[in-house]
Design a protein around this ligand. Structure first.
Ligand SMILES: [Ca+2]
Ligand SMILES: [Ca+2]
Ligand SMILES: [Ca+2]
Length: 168
């Protein structure tokens, strides 16, 4: 084997090893984020949305507050004020949401595909979220119903903490 060929072989091997390293990788072990196992849950998103409807900021969201907030949002989207959101208005609003929230944006959807969104259609998602969260069916979401399911639940697996212990 000439030295030139040997070099080629060696560098080829190096490339193989390098690409092997770049292959499927487990998450970097030093990352101490407990969120690895728990991406923002749908419930958490819903709760955040509901809290944004809390018009008087008292920590409780009544159905009236939600309806009023939805109506304001709807009116803001209904640029020509004809009481419905047409495809053009929907596009404008969805562009705005995408710019504001990126991939986390929840776009307006013309569920029944009739080319426009009426207020009831606009409100459907939020209303069903509300109903789902209103565990005691009293028409309002109080602080216990809007509690974020994050800290303090002491689940069995706390990856960051366990890694910390193993390193010691
Ligand atoms: Ca309130
Ligand atoms: Ca309109
Ligand atoms: Ca309730």
């Amino acid at each position: 084997m000439t030295s030139a060929i040997r070099k080629l072989v060696v560098s080829g091997a190096v490339i193989l090893v390098a690409s092997g390293c770049a292959g499927p990788r487990r998450g970097p072990p030093q990352r101490g984020m407990p969120g690895d196992l728990r991406p923002i849950s749908e419930q958490e998103q819903n709760i955040r949305l509901m809290l944004s409807f809390d018009g008087n900021s008292d920590g409780t969201v009544t159905r009236e507050e939600m309806e009023a907030a939805l109506k304001r949002q709807f009116d803001a989207c209904d640029l020509n004020h004809d009481g419905r959101i047409d495809m053009r208005e929907m596009q404008i609003e969805n562009d705005r949401r995408f710019r504001a929230f990126g991939t986390g944006a929840s776009p307006l959807i013309d569920w029944n595909q009739n080319g426009q969104i009426e207020f009831d259609e606009f409100a459907t998602t939020a209303r069903s979220m509300f109903a789902e969260l209103d565990k005691n069916h009293d028409g309002k979401l109080d602080m216990t119903e809007l509690r974020l399911p994050m800290a303090g639940r002491g689940g069995p697996i706390v990856p960051a903490e366990m890694q910390e212990r193993r390193r010691r």
